[in-house]
Design a protein around this ligand. Structure first.
Ligand SMILES: [Zn+2]
Length: 382
């Protein structure tokens, strides 16, 4: 998940921007819930719930596509290749899984800040195959990155495969139900909603990097997302059927970031298909990383050889053809190095799928380059 600045895109028209001029559907919904006593604490008759249309207009879809580069806001998968976007309400508009007596945040149904583009799997709640890492999370994260010298070493990580319900659906868990905002507080600004202490990460309000991290082991590639861990944290057992409260308490006991743990579970950020797609990206980055290192070394060696022409006189002598060939090989190696570097950086750009994981891989790669003094091109990579 990548942080996105919503101010980068002009908000679409037809949505709820001013209490003085709310869309007609919001006025209708307000009247409906006033008459049906949505705050009475009783479960509502769902068959008669008001409908919302403003968020479905093509301007909203276009603006979200531009803002998120055609990617799901939560898992960074590019949906534009396979189908239309699902415009998702961060705070559900029609019902709430955690509180059946709450009507849902209907007054935010047409609020720009509450709308996100989502893929089907992050949005729709259903059982899916998931992957988790077993054992001490801290030791996995603290393990020195293995790269150039260690790529043949075997993985010491154990993985767990399990089925669990994921997909956000109508869920919106918060830390303390007593802080849940209800209809009567609807006129407050969006910033005030943070007081609810949501357990799901909002890509426009939060910095996902404070809650989520990526499993980067260059000798054992697997595109897993992990919760940020403190101290000697252990990885959470999957607990497929656990309630959110239980998951949060367990995460706290283990020293894991609760928002990270809940977001991974509810958005399904370690669904098998998603982990496979991210692993393929890691494999591509590894290929590019090795190509970069190999061409760098080759260019450096040719450069050193050409600098010492006098010393290597016996080899080159007066052979102009050999000298020209070496010049060309040097130039070609440097050009390839530049192209490879551009390609690596393009995979970390905001428009690239799983760009946050690619950034994490690049950080690990740079650390390894810095630790390898024989490579002279580290500055160019960073
Ligand atoms: Zn998604």
């Amino acid at each position: 998940m990548r942080r996105v600045n919503r101010a980068l895109v002009e908000p679409p028209s037809g949505l709820f921007y001013s209490e003085a001029k709310p869309p007609s559907e919001i006025l209708r919904a307000r009247k409906y819930y006033l008459n049906h006593g949505s705050e009475s604490g009783q479960e509502l008759n769902r068959s008669k719930n008001p409908s919302f249309w403003a968020y479905r207009n093509s301007g909203v879809r276009r603006a979200l596509e531009e803002l998120f580069h055609g990617k799901c806001a939560y898992c960074e998968t590019r949906y534009t290749a396979v189908g239309p976007v699902q415009v998702e309400h961060f705070r559900p508009k029609g019902r709430l899984l955690e509180d059946r007596s709450h009507p849902g945040y209907w007054w935010l149904a047409a609020t720009w800040e509450n709308l996100f583009p989502s893929c089907v799997d992050c949005n729709q709640s259903r059982f899916q195959s998931q992957v988790a890492i077993d054992g001490s999370l801290t030791s996995h994260l603290a393990a020195p990155p293995s790269g150039f010298g260690n790529t043949g070493s075997k993985s010491s990580h154990n993985y767990l495969f399990f089925k669990a319900k994921s997909g956000k659906g109508t869920s919106f868990p918060i830390l303390n139900e007593e802080k849940r905002i209800t209809e009567c507080q609807a006129k407050i600004g969006m910033a005030a909603y943070r007081s609810e202490e949501p357990l799901l990460i909002n890509p426009c309000d939060d910095n996902p990097g404070e809650h989520l991290t990526y499993f980067i082991d260059r000798a054992a590639l697997l595109g897993l997302v992990l919760p940020v861990a403190k101290g000697s944290a252990r990885s959470a057992e999957p607990r497929p059927n656990a309630e959110t409260t239980e998951i949060v308490n367990h995460a706290k006991e283990l020293g894991l970031c609760p928002r990270g743990v809940v977001s991974i579970r509810l958005y399904g950020l370690n669904r098998v298909g998603l982990v496979q797609a991210r692993t393929r990206l890691l494999q591509r980055l590894e290929f590019l990383g090795h190509l970069f290192v190999d061409t760098s070394k080759l260019a450096d060696e040719i450069q050193a050889f050409l600098k010492n022409k006098r010393k290597n006189k016996n080899f080159i002598g007066n052979n102009d053809q050999m000298a020209k060939l070496l010049e060309r090989a040097y130039s070609s190696a440097r050009t390839t190095q530049d192209h490879v570097l551009k390609e690596i950086h393009s995979l970390t750009s905001p428009a690239a799928p799983y760009s946050e994981m690619a950034k994490a891989w690049l950080d690990a790669f740079i650390s390894e380059l810095e630790a390898a003094p024989e490579l002279e091109n580290v500055e160019e990579v960073a």
